[in-house]
Design a binder for this molecule. Structure first.
Ligand SMILES: Cc1cc2nc3c(=O)[nH]c(=O)nc-3n(C[C@H](O)[C@H](O)[C@H](O)COP(=O)(O)O)c2cc1C
Length: 173
């Protein structure tokens, strides 16, 4: 029987740095990667979205995210997945925010028991690669088989499809 794949991701459009230039993005970098993964695997997409969006302004957003991380906030989401029982593999896409996953991803992960599931982390970043995200993910999802993640520079995401495909193939997908 084919393994059922969930592609759960957080991504923010609006102002962000692309090759050192502030650009107003219509679609966030991680979402671009998540859509590529859906094309390659046929997995089901789920967007992790906070009820209160981060600011469109880049600097304000970085401050909001820093405060949340410091205060260990679990921001409520605008939509909740009913469950993960039916999925065997969870591909988790997120940007590196201050060295780890954005706090809405923590809210998402803490809802479920991931034991027996395989988790493939995909992180977009602007220099810090995976940061502490794999370590944090392992402690949030005890009993899950957390595989070696793929880090992609957000600015290069449009040209990263073959890199993503190679990574997925190496995971048997
Ligand atoms: C709030 C915030 C914090 C960030 N912190 C880091 C960081 O610590 N290290 C890093 O390499 N990039 C950092 N970045 C850059 C993002 O990880 C990168 O632009 C990513 O591709 C954005 O993904 P998205 O467009 O899917 O939201 C940060 C960006 C934001 C908005």
């Amino acid at each position: 029987m084919d393994k059922k794949i969930l592609i759960a991701y957080f991504s923010r459009a609006d102002y962000n740095y692309v090759h050192d230039r502030l650009v107003n993005l219509a679609v966030g970098n991680t979402e671009v990667a998540a859509r590529m993964i859906a094309d390659l695997t046929g997995g089901q997409l789920f967007k992790i979205e906070p009820l209160i969006k981060y600011s469109a302004d880049y600097t304000t957003c970085t401050e909001e995210a820093k405060q949340e991380l410091r205060a260990k906030v679990r921001p409520p989401l605008s939509d909740y997945l009913p469950g993960i029982t039916e999925f065997d593999i969870i591909i988790l896409g997120f940007p590196n925010y201050w060295g780890t996953m954005p706090m809405p991803v923590w809210t998402f992960l803490e809802q479920f028991d991931f034991s027996g599931k395989t988790i493939l982390p995909l992180c977009t970043h602007e220099g810090s690669a995976m940061g502490n995200s794999e370590k944090d993910l392992k402690s949030l999802c005890p009993g899950a088989d957390v595989r070696k993640g793929l880090a992609i520079r957000g600015s290069d995401v449009q040209e990263s499809k073959s890199k993503i495909e190679t990574w997925l193939k190496a995971q048997g997908l």
